[in-house]
Write a protein that binds this ligand. Structure first.
Ligand code: B12
Ligand code: SF4
Length: 490
């Protein structure tokens, strides 16, 4: 569930503004659906969020809103437009306002009707593009209303079996050249009161979530903060699994044991490269030795470790790609590759020439961190594709082993990147909603299973097991209409 937009909705509601949310992540995206929503709700303002790779869609949504009603004020926020505000307004005349950086107080000002020139942290069109002063980061995160999760279609998220997202602090003091994390959240980390964080955890568990991912850039930075909230989780007897993003140089065995005791089961380390010179160039400020140690300590504490690499970084060569693969295999822990995407606002984009990086395209849809959009002198799309294919070979070998063990569910989940691929297939195309009126023939759930078998390529047993579980959990329900059933996500 996207946290940025939940925080924006939260502060607006808290201040008595009426907000509705159209979630197009876990439902079918269609312009017809957006038109119907606009018709029914008649909003004064429409806001969208995006990262770089989905900026083209976000922009298109606002274009469509403007074409339906030219008086709607269109607003966009998020890390992509924060660092490309002027370009965005210049190329997309249907966008009225770009919100730069943290958006809670800025959006509240906009919705409250404050004069645009007096609102800090925006760019807007007025005789050309006007960029207002930077807005200072929110000093006291505890003063922010909680994210408005209740506005999201929770049953759909539960069917996908996803974790709840919680932010315990914002900011990161590091300055890795490929990341805009510290430019979004600031280089001085700000922390929430651990007791309030654990209150929020209790709330999401009450909403039916079973796991939590802390979305902080770097949760393990401040050990006192981590100990306090781990102790609070333990003292309240809360039992749930959680995961975090971390750096290998911000942990020690004692801290990891405490985190494990409080329910931490997975930790993702940004490892980035198996070549020390590249690590130094990208200002990661860690050593290969420290990476090995961080992985070992995590495992010793009983936490699963995922190591995340980026290929195509400055200085990458065919040789360093090989080194990175060998290094990754040697860690003896799950690992994955991203491909360098030089996002707006990153040092690697701003100083690409100095870093020996050629940027091949600014087609934002390709900035998915899975497609090569840059080249170094010795490694470009072909070499990166080759490294990726070795990675996929390894993954396929792993999946083949699983198949031998008869774990077909795991295979589907791994291939689709989803825990519940069937749920994704149903949600992504609004399949349940498209069934319409159904005859009341026999047992309702069995009838639904029968209908779904006709429209999705899953076996009877897979559909039946999942659908029964969702019905038992109250996620799927039907209403009676003219003696017919109409199924819906609750
Ligand atoms: C947590 C996280 C994730 C989580 C998201 C979990 C969640 N439930 O939200 C997961 C792991 C799923 C994830 C996935 C991805 N992420 Co990520 N992620 C982050 C991280 C570390 C923190 C984001 C966060 O929660 N910040 C706190 C919230 C409150 O801030 P926010 O989302 O930025 O929203 C604020 C403002 O941006 C603004 N705002 C945002 N939207 C809107 C909309 C309106 C109308 C307004 C007014 C304001 C506004 O106001 C919000 C409140 O202050 C950031 C690093 C960072 N610090 O920005 C990277 C970051 C956002 N991720 C990044 C990337 C690349 C990705 C992926 C594309 C990776 C991939 N290849 O799949 C995907 C994209 C997913 C998607 N569809 O958006 C990049 C984005 C750079 C870019 N320009 O594209 C970042 C900046 C890290 C980096 N490499 O520099 N990510
Ligand atoms: S990659 Fe991690 S450590 Fe580096 S700046 Fe981004 S959030 Fe901070």
């Amino acid at each position: 569930m996207p946290m940025g937009i939940s925080y924006i909705a939260g502060i607006l509601e808290h201040n008595g503004k009426e907000v509705q949310l159209l979630d197009l992540l876990v439902s079918k995206y269609s312009k017809g659906k957006i038109s119907r929503k606009l018709e029914e709700y008649q909003p004064d303002i429409v806001g969208v969020t995006s990262v770089t790779m989905n900026y083209p869609i976000a922009s298109d949504i606002l274009k469509h809103c403007k074409s339906v009603d030219k008086d709607i004020i269109t607003v966009i926020g998020g890390p992509h437009v924060t660092f490309s505000a002027v370009e965005t307004l210049s190329e997309a005349p249907w966008i009225d306002i770009v919100v730069r950086g943290e958006g809670e107080r800025t959006m509240l000002d906009i919705v409250s009707g404050k004069k645009l020139e007096d609102i800090e942290g925006i760019a807007f069109r007025a005789d050309g593009v006007r960029v207002t002063a930077e807005r200072a980061l929110i000093e006291n995160l505890d003063g922010l209303p909680l994210p408005a999760r209740h506005l999201f279609p929770l049953s759909r998220y539960h069917a996908l079996d996803v974790h709840a997202s919680i932010i315990a602090g914002r900011g990161c003091p590091f300055n890795c050249i490929f990341c805009v994390g510290s430019r979004m959240g600031g280089r001085r980390a700000r922390y929430r009161n651990p007791k309030l964080v654990v209150d929020e955890i209790e709330q999401v568990l009450a909403h039916g979530f079973k796991e939590v991912n802390f979305e902080d850039d770097l949760l393990t930075l401040n050990h006192r903060h981590v100990y306090t909230f781990c102790d609070e989780i333990i003292a309240r007897g809360l039992e749930f699994n959680w995961s975090v993003f971390s750096r290998v140089d911000t942990v020690n065995l004692e801290l990891l044991h405490k985190m494990r005791e409080a329910g931490c089961t997975w930790m993702l380390y940004g490892v980035e490269s198996g070549n020390q010179q590249i690590l130094d160039t990208v200002k990661k400020k860690i050593t290969l030795e420290k990476i090995g140690e961080g992985v070992r300590l995590g495992k010793e504490a009983g936490i699963n470790i995922m190591a995340s690499f980026i290929i195509g970084l400055p200085g990458e060569t065919r040789e360093t790609l090989k080194e990175t693969i060998e290094f990754a295999l040697g860690l003896n822990t799950p690992w994955g590759f991203n491909v360098l995407s030089p996002f707006p606002g990153t040092e690697v984009r701003e100083k690409a020439g100095e870093y020996g990086i050629e940027i091949l395209t600014s087609d934002w849809a390709k900035y998915d961190a899975d497609t090569a959009v840059t080249r170094t002198e010795d490694a470009g799309p072909e070499e990166i594709a080759e490294a990726l294919s070795q990675y996929h070979e390894g993954l396929n070998a792993y999946l083949a082993d699983m198949e031998k063990e008869g774990k077909s569910d795991h295979i589907e989940a791994a291939q689709s990147g989803m825990r519940s691929p069937l749920a994704w297939a149903l949600l992504h195309d609004d399949v349940i909603e498209s069934l319409g009126l159904m005859e009341m023939n026999g047992e309702p759930v069995e009838s639904l299973v029968g209908r779904l078998e006709e429209v999705v390529a899953y076996s009877h047993d897979q559909i039946s097991d999942n659908v029964r579980k969702w019905v038992d959990e109250g996620l799927l329900k039907y209403d009676l209409m003219d003696g017919h059933m109409v199924w819906r996500w609750s």
